[in-house]
Design a protein around this ligand. Structure first.
Ligand code: KG4
Ligand code: ZN
Length: 359
């Protein structure tokens, strides 16, 4: 079966084609025929964040060329121009995300579904960030991994989810204000670094040679010891702003200060995410921890997460996909679509966008 997956939830126009094998057995095999991500970063960089109307316009411009590239890369281009490519299902993100952007992708999927007479599966973007971890685990009987604790950390979300099995989720904690990725983006902006802030802060932090103990900067770790599984990152952003403002001009624009602050911001976010996730995993006695979302692409977070799990809960299985599948892509929507085939419909009128969709 070939699934064509579309994601336009934020600022990347993503189309992927997956070939799914062994559908009847317990182990599924996903073969990525193409995975195109057309980034809009350069367009939004001057605004320091995503500008929704611009993002919508770019999706409208990009979808057709991205579709053509995806079909060509997958080797599904037909010699006769009007022939339908070999696609059996269309998976599309219906939320959460930016409402005008989501509609562009959903309407495109509806048009394709209607003309090709192919069913459409509405997909939750957050579930995509979770299930992409099963993309390369075809030889692994992943059904034995549940219950699991999933940490989804992206630009718009920071959620701890108890997953009893595929399609059975319960949010046990989430951010009360800013998301972890948003915190990276906003603090990077204070420091005069580029958007997206996460990779910019990570590369700035790498430039620092002094050890953590010698650093002059110590940021608060909001809610790190709270009894619940919630997060709060807006206070961190304010603390960075105060520290930045109180420094003399010469210091705060120095490379040393910026790198030191970048390293402390990154470490603060890592400390909070790891502590809360491990606490949830222990409390719920889960069999695995699953990480997803753009922030999970952070190298230092990945390294420290692995070390801490190995040290504190070595019996637990740990899922973390390649960095390219942590940030937004449509392969993750294809995988989530596959597991949600029950929801597929040829009645395109039924498919609605929900910008605030919850898992
Ligand atoms: O999942 P994603 O691509 O889009 C959303 O669904 O929001 O996540 C984007 C977020 C941005 O806030 C970006 O700064 C952050 O992920 N991010 C990172 C890294 N790469 C992307 N944060 C920390 N380190 C990274 N390497
Ligand atoms: Zn995302």
């Amino acid at each position: 079966m070939n699934i064509l997956a579309i994601d336009t939830s934020c600022d990347d126009t993503c189309i992927s084609i997956l070939k799914v094998k062994n559908q009847k057995s317990k182990t599924v095999e996903f073969n990525i025929l193409s995975n195109i991500v057309s980034s809009q970063i350069k367009i939004h960089q001057k605004y320091g964040g995503v500008y929704p109307t611009l993002a919508k316009r770019e999706h409208q411009k990009n979808l057709m060329p991205v579709l053509k590239r995806a079909i060509k890369k997958a080797n599904l281009l037909k010699t006769s121009k009007n022939q339908k490519p070999n696609i059996n299902l269309i998976a599309v993100t219906v939320g959460p995300g930016l409402d005008p952007c989501l509609w562009v992708g959903v309407n495109f999927a509806k048009a394709l579904g209607y003309f090709w007479q192919v069913p459409i599966i509405p997909v939750n973007h957050i579930e995509g960030h979770v299930l992409v971890n099963f993309l390369t685990k075809s030889d692994d009987n992943f059904q034995k991994s549940f219950p699991a604790i999933c940490l989804v950390v992206s630009g718009g979300h920071t959620q701890l989810i108890l997953m009893k099995k595929i399609s059975n989720y319960k949010i046990i904690g989430e951010t009360r204000d800013d998301a972890a990725g948003e915190c990276f983006d906003k603090t990077a902006r204070i420091l005069g670094l580029d958007y997206p802030g996460g990779p910019a802060i990570a590369s700035e932090a790498l430039k620092l040679s002094i050890t953590k103990d010698q650093s002059l900067i110590r940021l608060p770790r909001p809610m790190i010891n709270s009894k619940n599984y919630d997060f709060s990152f807006s206070g961190l952003k304010t603390a960075v702003l105060y520290d930045f403002k109180k420094r003399p001009e010469k210091i705060r624009h120095s490379r040393k200060y910026i790198s030191e602050m970048a390293k402390e911001i990154q470490q603060t976010i890592i400390d909070i995410l790891i502590k809360k996730t491990i606490k949830a995993a222990k409390d719920y006695k889960v069999k695995s921890i699953i990480l997803g979302g753009g922030v999970a692409a952070n190298k230092e977070l990945r390294k420290q997460f692995k070390e801490r799990i190995k040290k504190e809960i070595p019996s637990i299985k740990y899922y973390l996909s390649n960095t390219g599948y942590c940030t937004d892509n449509a392969a993750m929507i294809g995988v989530a679509g596959y597991f949600n085939q029950k929801k597929s419909t040829k009645n395109w009128r039924k498919i609605q966008v929900n910008a605030n969709l919850r898992i």
